[in-house]
Design a protein around this ligand. Structure first.
Ligand SMILES: Cc1cc2nc3c(=O)[nH]c(=O)nc-3n(C[C@H](O)[C@H](O)[C@H](O)COP(=O)(O)OP(=O)(O)OC[C@H]3O[C@@H](n4cnc5c(N)ncnc54)[C@H](O)[C@@H]3O)c2cc1C
Length: 449
């Protein structure tokens, strides 16, 4: 029987990062990755297969990194965990372990909508062959309906729409696309961008059924409206892969993912879990969080991989940071929106600032950037932020995330030492984050008298 100090199940964002982190922290240990797919897709790059990068083959995580880090690979499906014997059963034989990391990720959620099994209905499965099949199918069709207006739905819609030869419709149940992660004014702006790029949006619309004679022909909404469809793509969320963990008797958490403590240890001290398959707690209040993101997966992997043979790190909880784009228009969020913060009972001060991200504003590449910061009124601590603008929004939000994670106050942010340059950033006089913090302080003072 094969033996390893560490066995990692899964080779995507969480599994790969956990294995590399373990190598960095424990140079002498034998590490084996068990992975079922031959080629691993960059999961977040999947929408871009259908437009910008052109094919699944151009969106892969190569295996060279495994060799470079002295990580052995077993291409097999892990089937059972014998916790007492510390043996993992796989389709290619058994492997004994000292420590096991489960990073089995997630699969697309399938809605209980009649007709979801018709020919021409696809989910966003992270598999090269499956997505190549969808890509081939898309080449022959005209009407594409995407169910779900979250970031996966809008990115897929925008990329599929790029060729200009299809009629793309996104159907969203909530009043706005992206409504679970952005305040309304940002959602509305992104919807305008998508519509200006030729995408049809049907918000506040519930899908009643997908209809067709063996093959999809239309999507029927609950108000009776019908949308012609040659292909339907479901983008309505993901479900954690926990069957093996459940069978092995590991504790499952409230969101249906593998329960872990702050060190990413499961209910078995020799087994860790990270990524989409692991339960998350919110940074704000500590309740279970349903978020599933690659950035969270890799953070958890950095914790799990470091803690295997001695606890070194703890998870402070999920802040929730991510960006999306419609063409060159970027939208980014970190932490709580104003609406989320109010719903949770915070007394909120929210400030929005708008202006170019270059100075003077006529500099090449200048993009009008809107930034919103949300603070708790009494403590002045930042709870979250949102940014809309050009590509730089993806990094501005990471600076905001650092402020949130460190529980910085509006006063701390007003004292932020930002570097500026005409061709690269907003003006030091009108630096968005700093001025938003100053305005928030002013509002807090006005309320306090
Ligand atoms: C279209 C799309 C776009 C996205 N965009 C973003 C983005 O922009 N930013 C962001 O942060 N997140 C994004 N996400 C979310 C992100 O992809 C996931 O959070 C991330 O993939 C989680 O990584 P993971 O390693 O936990 O799980 P997965 O990526 O699901 O990987 C699981 C791994 O485990 C393997 N595995 C599972 N079961 C077994 C078994 N029994 N035996 C052996 N191997 C097994 C799988 O084959 C795979 O290698 C996106 C997701 C999708 C679908």
């Amino acid at each position: 029987m094969e033996q390893a100090d560490l066995v990692v199940i899964g080779g995507s964002a969480a599994g790969l990062t956990a294995a590399i982190t373990a190598r960095r922290h424990y140079p002498g240990k034998k590490i084996l990755m068990v992975r079922q797919e031959k080629q691993v897709l960059i999961p977040c790059g999947i929408p871009y297969i259908f437009g910008t990068v052109e094919s699944p083959q151009k969106n892969l995580i190569g295996d060279a990194v495994l060799e470079k880090n002295n990580i052995e690979l077993l291409l097999a499906e892990a089937t059972d965990i014998d916790r007492e014997g510390k043996v993992l059963h796989t389709t290619e034989g058994d492997v004994s372990y000292e420590r096991l990391i489960i990073a089995t990720g997630s699969r697309p959620a399938m809605p209980p909508i009649p007709g979801f099994d018709l020919d021409g209905v696809y989910a966003v499965v992270k598999d090269v062959e499956y997505l190549s099949g969808l890509q081939r199918r898309l080449e022959t069709v005209e009407d594409v309906v995407i169910i779900g207006g979250g970031f996966i739905g809008i990115e897929l819609g925008d990329e599929i729409n790029k060729a200009g030869d299809k009629n793309v419709t996104i159907v969203e149940m909530l009043p706005h696309c992206l409504a679970l992660a952005y305040d309304e004014e940002f959602c509305v702006e992104m919807e305008k961008v998508l519509e200006s790029r030729g995408i049809n949006l049907r918000t506040s619309s519930r899908v009643e059924k997908i209809a067709g004679d063996g093959k999809v022909e239309k999507v029927v909404l609950s108000d009776g409206a019908e949308i012609k469809a040659d292909v339907v793509i479901l983008g309505i969320g993901a479900v954690a892969n926990v069957d093996m963990a459940r069978k092995a008797g590991l504790r499952i958490g409230l969101t249906g993912s593998i329960a872990v403590d702050r060190t990413m240890q499961t209910s078995d001290a020799n087994i860790y879990a990270c990524g989409d398959c692991a339960e998350k707690i919110s940074f704000f209040g500590g309740r279970p969080s349903p978020l599933k993101l690659a950035s969270i997966a890799t953070l958890e992997a950095h914790i799990a991989g470091a803690n295997l043979f001695g606890i070194r790190r703890e998870n402070v909880g999920t802040v929730g940071v991510w960006s999306t784009a419609g063409g060159k228009h970027a939208l980014a969020t970190a932490g709580l929106t104003e609406e989320m913060a109010e719903k949770r009972g915070y007394d909120v001060v929210a400030v929005t600032i708008q202006g170019p991200n270059r100075h003077p504003g006529l500099m090449p590449g200048a993009v009008n950037t809107r930034l919103k910061l949300v603070f708790e009124r009494n403590s002045g601590v930042i709870l979250g932020g949102q940014v809309m603008g050009g590509a730089a929004a993806g990094e501005v939000i990471n600076a905001i995330s650092a402020c949130v994670q460190n529980r910085m106050t509006a006063e701390d942010i007003a004292m932020f030492q930002a570097g500026t340059h005409p061709a690269l950033t907003a003006s030091p006089i009108a630096y968005h984050m700093v001025n938003a913090a100053e305005m928030a302080i002013q509002q807090m003072r006005e309320r306090g008298g």
